[in-house]
Design a protein around this ligand. Structure first.
Ligand SMILES: *Cc1c(COP(=O)(O)O)cnc(C)c1O
Length: 404
């Protein structure tokens, strides 16, 4: 089986058509570089959608995977295991959290957060306190509960009756939030920087005001840090630079550096509402995932790497501004750390996909965030040389699109 030839055509023959992957099939990666079946080289500014925080095949992760792979892979939650306990201890030491729940993805971490928020509110304040408020354009995953909490109705429609009592208001619109909150509000769920929605930062006072409203109405504040967490913005978690502490925080993507894992972090008094039997996951906290995540966490949570993110943000922003001076296609370059977005101006509305395709032709992997934003989420330890080369390729891609 392993020598069976597969091509992009195989995808259309055997895969459910919910994705439309690129034509080339990557087969190998090292650091910030990837090679496809034909040996074509790409510089990776996509990072597996903000997942590969240490690039491809980072030695610390490879060695953790190999070591644990020869020891113990899986037990289920009938037994606990050392890597899970170590990783949870490190997350507790490094954040506001006192308790950790492990799962396998961002959606599952948010699913756990939402279920916990509902149980906590019902237990402490009665059965009426179930309203969940989230923000338009927000993204929280694809399970039916999380996709309904997400702020793009198109993603949750067509599947029949939705989970109930979920409301949306515009991001950064404090008055709209105020108007809809009451003693019935169970939780407010937000990304501390909207990723999929278009790389949108909260206004400086907005996050603090949301926190104050949650306190006023005894509602939990849930930060979805699935995309912003584990160094992406230059802080270990983005909340650390907002002056606000959430009640529940979710983490995934970069947490495993490419190995699937998710986590929900919270305080002990809130965690108490998930008693034995109330929630669970067969794979959640599996030793292999936790061993890799522990190595990723140890590597990222250092002053060198976190300061390095801010330094790299500078390299990107400077070069992107120059590209824009030359080609005049961005209305704004925004975001934080190594989660950056080039917002296309009037002339290029709806054409982010064309920039992605042109970049791919030039040997560069980038992302989009909606139809009008080209997004970068590279390795947090990408070298200056790789950034320079990647941006040179991006300049050529931009020239292609601009010159038709
Ligand atoms: C990617 C993402 C998710 C979903 O994570 P999955 O691992 O795909 O389930 C949830 N929230 C945010 C903010 C994300 O960026």
């Amino acid at each position: 089986m392993s020598d069976m030839a597969v091509t992009r055509e195989t995808f259309d023959q055997v895969m459910v058509p919910n994705y439309a992957p690129a034509q080339s099939i990557p087969v190998r990666g090292l650091g910030a570089r990837v090679w496809d079946q034909q040996g074509k080289e790409f510089i990776d500014f996509a990072g597996g959608i903000a997942v590969n925080c240490l690039g491809h095949c980072h030695p610390a992760l490879v060695s953790a995977l190999k070591e644990q792979g020869e020891k113990l892979w899986h037990l289920s939650n009938v037994w606990t295991n050392e890597p899970a306990l170590r990783l949870a201890s490190k997350l507790v030491d490094a954040t506001f959290a006192e308790r950790v729940y492990f799962c396998n993805s961002g959606a599952e971490a948010n699913e756990a957060a939402l279920k916990l928020a509902r149980r906590y509110a019902i237990e402490h304040f009665g059965p009426e306190k179930t309203q969940i408020i989230a923000f338009q354009q927000g993204f929280h995953g694809r399970t039916f509960f999380t996709v309904t909490v997400g702020g793009q109705a198109a993603y949750s429609e067509g599947f029949g009756p939705k989970p109930a009592d979920i409301d949306h208001v515009p991001y950064n619109d404090l008055e709209a939030l105020k108007a809809i909150m009451s003693s019935r509000t169970c939780a407010v769920v937000m990304e501390p920087l909207q990723g999929e929605g278009g790389i949108i930062s909260p206004d400086a006072d907005f996050v603090k005001a949301v926190r104050a409203l949650c306190d006023q109405h005894q509602a939990l504040l849930v930060f979805d840090e699935v995309q912003t967490g584990v160094g992406r913005t230059g802080a270990l978690y983005a909340y650390m630079e907002t002056g606000v502490t959430p009640d529940i925080l979710t983490s995934a993507k970069a947490l495993g550096g490419g190995f699937p894992i998710g986590a929900m972090l919270t305080r002990a008094d809130i965690a108490a509402s998930l008693k034995p039997g109330t929630h669970g996951s067969t794979y959640g906290g599996n030793p292999l995932a936790c061993a890799v995540a522990e190595a990723a966490f140890d590597t990222v949570n250092t002053p060198e790497v976190l300061t390095g993110v801010k330094e790299r943000e500078g390299w990107f922003c400077e070069a992107l501004a120059k590209i824009n001076e030359q080609h005049h296609c961005f209305q704004e370059i925004r975001g934080k750390g190594l989660l950056l977005g080039c917002v296309l101006n009037e002339q290029f509305q709806g054409r982010a996909k064309d920039f992605l395709a042109a970049a791919s032709e030039e040997g560069l992997m980038v992302l989009i965030a909606g139809a009008n934003v080209v997004r970068f989420a590279p390795s947090l330890v990408i070298s200056e040389e790789e950034v320079r080369q990647g941006l040179a390729r991006f300049e050529r891609a931009v020239a292609r699109v601009v010159n038709g």
